[in-house]
Design a protein around this ligand. Sequence first.
Ligand code: XLS
Ligand code: NI
Ligand code: NI
Length: 437
Amino acid sequence: MDRFFPNIDKIKYEGPKSKNPLAFKYYDENRVINGKTMKEHLRYAVCYWHTFRGLGHDPFGPGTAVRPWLSSDDPMTQAFDTMDAAFEFFTKLGVPFWCFHDRDIAPEGATVEESESNLREVVSYAKKKQDETGMKLLWGTANLFSHPRFMNGGGTNPDFDVFCYAAAQIKNALDATHALGGENYVFWGGREGYDILFNTDMKRELKHFADLLKLAKAYADEIGFKGQFLIEPKPMEPSTHQYDFDTATVIAFLKEHDIDFVKINMEPNHATLALHTAAHELQVAADAGLLGSIDANRGNFQNGWDTDQFPTNIYDAVEMMLVVLKDGGFETGGLNFDAKPRRASTDLEDMFYGHIGGMDTFARALIIASEMIEGGELSDIVTKRYSSFDDGKGAEFEAGKLSLTDLRDIAASKAEEPAQTSGQRELIEIIFNDYIL
Ligand code: XLS
Ligand code: NI
Ligand code: NI
């Protein structure tokens, strides 16, 4: 398979001393860390939309990249060529998984039936490619935000007919994901949100969305799809206010509507737009038993949108891997590079550099985070910090044995102020750097 990337060979692991930008310095897929290979821990995926369909357009101008797989004028020929390019890229890069939206892989037709038949045709081609290469699908999803009909949302659209179009796409995307053995199915908010509150019945829209999720789950059960459902929070863009603002908001929504079959797909750039760190969002999900998967990328401090840059910040990646490892690692989830080369990065090699850089960053973070857990300094700090709840009255309180008056009496019985306990942030930062350097 040398049709689209003839100048690139399979990317190999060459170790930290290598100066070859088309080699891995840290990602050694068979290296075992705590009983699992790096490949099993990290479960890397390439996303179809940015990588093969994104050409670098921004609000100020069209795309810049010229991709040979998009040279045909016929949309179905483009779809098959893109699939060939994608599988050549996946196998040369050496990732085990990929992810797609329905409209990334197959063009929308003039009718619902035509769109369905386009999708079915491309999915059966993708299935053949998966069988030939051993590639697996991390997740599929439906694009309910690009077509003009979805300008007021998909599953939260105020118009019932548009809502039905959204449902049709979800049904077909579930069929496609199932046919390709997808391990998850993602709902990212798209245009599920509002522009102005005073034309919006938020309660009714959210009820519609909850009901749609339940119908999707019933359909998944009907066809025997066992993949994990995930919601990907994001606070803004494209809607002024997105309903799935952040992880805590999504969890509240799931609880309010008695939905127990959905976990979280966390994206760092969305976390930072919500003024959280990625690690915070992961921890909120983990504490609720809902840490599902990660869309690995990063934002940019200087602006306030989803720049979807490749993750290269080792510090952030270590923080994330600490939370993931302490949560027991990914089950059905993985690290999907929801990231794109910059508009001026127009070479085919740039697609490889971006992914190799991201894969090495998380591979290195995996090594560092597992050493940090092994070293135990951080967990010692936490254990000590809460030790006053481990026995005596503190333990009685945690066991639900004390009243508010009991707590008052304990405070009143103290002759002195409680001793100060340092939060030790600076020490913690030294520990991080000791392991990272
Ligand atoms: C957009 C989202 C999107 C989802 C998939 O900001 O990250 O790409 O991951 O619909
Ligand atoms: Ni994403
Ligand atoms: Ni995003």
